[in-house]
Design a protein around this ligand. Structure first.
Ligand code: FAD
Ligand code: 2HG
Ligand code: ZN
Length: 462
């Protein structure tokens, strides 16, 4: 019987069927979706993952891979049937090797992102992937969702940071694609198939990552700006003045900012009076804040900002970043808003914000807009919170209307309905409406080729 076989493969420490122990693995971060599982397995090695996958494949039972379960689109939770096997990577958390001279690191998929940042730092190297969930998300999950975060403007998304992957394929075969080569044009770049595929094409068991020279302590500034379009102009100005030394550049709308101050006890605004928009930025320009001060003074003169605070210490910078990184948590506390992690060309951002607000005010005047995001990447978190209420048919229809309105506008502006969180379960229904038939068929062909029996994370993405 499958359950007994799985227990044997992973040993006594490697499985759970107890309801209480399973609970945190069955609900996604916001509690919007809850599933059930036949069993959760916690393999300790690639060989164990391969044996688990082979056993499930032979038994015709589906597998849902789970990393830190911080994902925002219900990709890591099983369906409600109780017939799927949850495969958690948390015990595979070893750093296999760090090569400072090669600026690379090889780690198992279950390593927590902040632990990898620290491991790189110990060797005076920098691993730039950074996001609010970094204390609990795993590198396997980051790679499987092609995570973005705050440093994309300078270092790219997870995809840009991966040199190689080790993957267990749908029948249990292990593909050892761990390489630290910067150049390799021998055939298709297969690792790209698994990056961002949300566990539907293979289980990532290890990754080889790029490291960078340690840029040292960033200079952090928090700004009040009058309109969102100033953020785009300000970014262009700072990139020019600081020789592209901008490392992070985040836009925060007033509602998101107020939510944080209301719901996160230690998040305190550095400003005495409110603004419609704020920018939080990090620069990698060496220890002196002087070039940033000069560039900000010019921006003030040009009306691109109305006030600025530059952090005087690492602790102060940490407090400013806490304001930004707490937005998702603050929003979670007020309910289950409709999340739209969209992107549009940077030049269209202001038009998107204006048109979105106008259309939503017409259609759902009762909605609250929580807008923030990674401006430098053209990525906005355009979240719409409706007043509390039971999810009856009318409310569900209203939610659908809201998301369609947002996604239609995204399409009009040649954007994407998902810039960083992925599709998972929540956006699967939308993908068909916003991708071309050709793209969808290519995706299905890949899924059929790599997972013909639909063993890996069925019902997600496509
Ligand atoms: P999970 O949630 O466990 O899984 C995500 C998906 O990947 C699922 O489909 C799962 O099946 C699959 N998966 C997980 N591990 C593997 C594996 N080893 N092999 C194959 N498939 C796997 N995302 C951003 O991009 N940018 C942000 O700025 C950002 N900020 C966040 C802030 C907060 C506070 C939180 C809670 C989340 C944030 N996220 C952000 C969302 C999320 O995408 C990331 O947290 C992270 O990349 C998910 O990693 P995880 O280990 O938690 O994956
Ligand atoms: C962020 O940028 C995350 O903070 C979460 O991507 C976004 O909560 C959200 O909508
Ligand atoms: Zn984000």
């Amino acid at each position: 019987m499958l359950i007994e076989r799985l227990k044997q493969i992973v040993g006594p420490k490697g499985w759970q069927t107890d309801a209480e122990a399973l609970e945190p693995h069955l609900t996604e971060w916001r509690g919007v979706h809850r599933g059930n599982a036949l069993i959760a397995v916690f393999p300790a090695s690639t060989q164990e993952v391969a044996a688990v996958v082979e056993a499930c494949h032979e038994a015709g039972v589906a597998i849902v891979p789970q990393g830190g379960n911080t994902g925002m689109c219900a990709g890591a939770v099983p369906d409600a049937s109780g017939s799927q096997v949850l495969l958690c990577l948390s015990r595979m958390n070893a750093v296999r090797s760090i090569d400072p001279a090669d600026f690379s690191l090889v780690a198992e998929a279950g390593c927590i992102l902040s632990d990898l940042q620290e491991a790189a730092r110990e060797h005076r190297r920098f691993f730039p992937l950074s996001l609010g969930g970094e204390g609990s998300c795993q590198i396997g999950g980051n790679v499987s969702t092609n995570a973005g975060g705050i440093n994309v403007i300078r270092y790219g998304t997870a995809r840009d940071l991966v040199l190689g992957v080790e993957v267990v394929l749908a029948d249990g075969t292990v593909w050892d694609g761990i390489r630290t080569l910067r150049k390799d044009t021998a055939g298709y770049d297969l690792k790209q198939l698994f990056i961002g595929s949300e566990g539907t094409l293979g289980i990532v068991t290890a990754v080889a990552l790029k490291l960078f020279p340690d840029p040292g302590q960033a200079t952090t500034a928090f700004l009040r700006i009058p309109t969102a379009d100033r953020a785009v102009r300000l970014l262009a100005h700072l990139r020019r003045e600081l020789e592209d030394g901008i490392q992070a550049f985040e836009l925060i709308g007033a509602t998101a900012y107020e939510l944080v101050q209301e719901h996160i006890p230690d998040a305190v605004s550095p400003f005495d009076s409110p603004s419609d928009w704020y920018v939080l930025l990090d620069t990698a320009i060496g220890p002196s804040p002087e070039p940033l001060e000069r560039a900000l003074a010019q921006a003030l003169e040009a009306g691109l900002l109305t006030d600025a605070v530059i952090a005087k210490s690492e602790a102060e910078a940490g407090r400013l970043w806490r304001l930004r990184h707490s937005i998702a948590e603050a929003e979670r506390r007020i309910g289950k808003g409709l999340k739209h992690d969209i992107s549009v060309p940077i030049g269209s951002m202001q038009a998107f914000i204006e048109a979105g607000a106008a259309r939503l005010a017409d259609t759902v005047p009762e909605a609250t807009l929580v807008v923030f995001g990674h401006v430098g990447d053209g990525n906005l978190h355009y979240n719409v919170v409706l007043p509390d209420g039971p999810d009856d048919d009318e409310r569900l229809a209203r939610k659908e209307t809201v998301s369609r309105l947002v996604y239609d506008l995204v399409r009009e502006m040649n954007g994407s309905i998902s810039a960083e969180h992925g599709v998972g379960l929540l956006k699967r229904g939308w993908l068909g409406d916003y991708k071309s038939a050709t793209e969808l068929e290519l995706m299905r062909a890949l899924k059929r080729a790599l997972d013909p029996t639909n063993t890996l994370n069925p019902g997600k993405v496509i």
